[in-house]
Design a protein around this ligand. Structure first.
Ligand code: CP
Ligand code: NVA
Length: 306
């Protein structure tokens, strides 16, 4: 079997994406019934993280343990990736020790280099450019609460960032309609956006949040200041002030709209406390689904079948 890295959602075909989502739903149901299958018995996962994390780290850790495997966590101060050791050398060492690697880092090139030099699958656990594991879990959440993802309208209100980029790729792949409302100057990466348009994706970018959410089945938001952008915080707070997901904005969407956020949330900034606590919010389902989606992804990457 060819090595299966997941550096972006492009690494999965539409059929494979469906396969992973279906397996995630099955694993979730089995877990609810108190049944866990040791599909990755004896396998070891290295978690190499250069940025903080709650959900990603916890769900990979719990997930691998539930599948019968174990994990090795390597934080930023231990490895000092790119500073003490090149990503290539790090990958060549780790792949002698573990069966699969999840990397959370800054530049996408680092994830790509680790995948190129490592002989075991590498999963992108968030980079500056993409967050495939998050959007995989979000698709599972939408599937559960809307019964389908294809044909829905998803409005992303916020930064054209890593999470938005993964949504763009998903929109092309499945497909569904995806509109991003952002302030001028915070549009998604042009190359990614243009490639999705060229691939026939039904996507758009606007600077009008109200227009974006009109007729939306889901409203998504994320922090205005991503990890690594802390120095830009002041300017970003000002630029994004009119892009808050609040009661007035939600009222402009479909009546049964769901509100999504990858978390962590900054209440009072990109989303109000009222909206995130409302019955429309599915943020904690999204967080739980990180577990099921990443278990399925690891099983797929390792060709463990289910
Ligand atoms: N949503 C997400 O990736 O959360 P963490 O940064 O806590 O892992
Ligand atoms: N865009 C955010 C996502 C956090 C899960 C960040 O990169 O910090």
């Amino acid at each position: 079997m060819e090595k299966r890295d997941v550096l972006t959602l492009r690494d999965l075909t539409r059929a494979e994406l469906h396969e992973v989502l279906s397996l995630a739903a099955v694993l979730k149901q089995e877990r609810r019934e108190g049944r866990q299958r040791p599909l990755l018995a004896g396998k070891k996962l290295a978690l190499l993280f250069q940025k903080p994390s709650l959900r990603t780290r916890a769900t990979f850790d719990v997930g691998m343990n539930e599948l019968g495997g174990s994990t090795l966590f390597l934080g930023p101060d231990e490895v000092r990736l790119g500073e003490r050791e090149t990503p290539a050398d790090c990958a060549r060492v780790l792949c002698r020790l573990v069966d699969i690697i999840a990397v959370r880092t800054f530049a996408q090139d680092i994830v790509a280099e680790m995948a190129r030099f490592g002989s075991v699958p590498v999963i992108n656990a968030l980079s500056d450019l993409y967050h495939p594991c998050q959007v995989l879990s979000d698709l599972l959440t939408l599937q559960e609460c809307k019964g389908r993802v294809e044909g829905l309208k998803v409005a992303f209100v916020g930064d054209g960032n890593n999470v938005a980029h993964s949504w763009l790729l998903a929109a092309e792949k499945l497909p569904f309609r995806f509109i991003l409302a952002c302030p001028e100057g915070f549009e998604p990466d042009e190359e990614i956006y243009d490639s999705v348009v060229a691939g026939g994706g039904d996507v758009a970018v606007t600077h009008d949040p109200g227009a974006a959410v009109s007729g939306a089945d889901a409203i998504y938001t994320d922090v205005w200041v991503s990890m690594g952008q802390e120095a830009e915080a002041g300017g970003r707070q000002d630029a994004f002030a009119a892009f808050q997901v609040n009661r007035e904005l939600v009222a402009r969407a479909n009546e049964d709209v769901v509100v999504m956020h990858c978390l962590p949330a900054h209440r009072g900034e990109e989303i109000t406390d009222e909206v995130i606590e409302s019955r429309r919010s599915v943020v904690f389902d999204q967080a739980e689904n990180r577990l099921h989606a990443q278990k399925a992804l690891m099983v797929w990457c390792l060709g463990a079948g289910a």
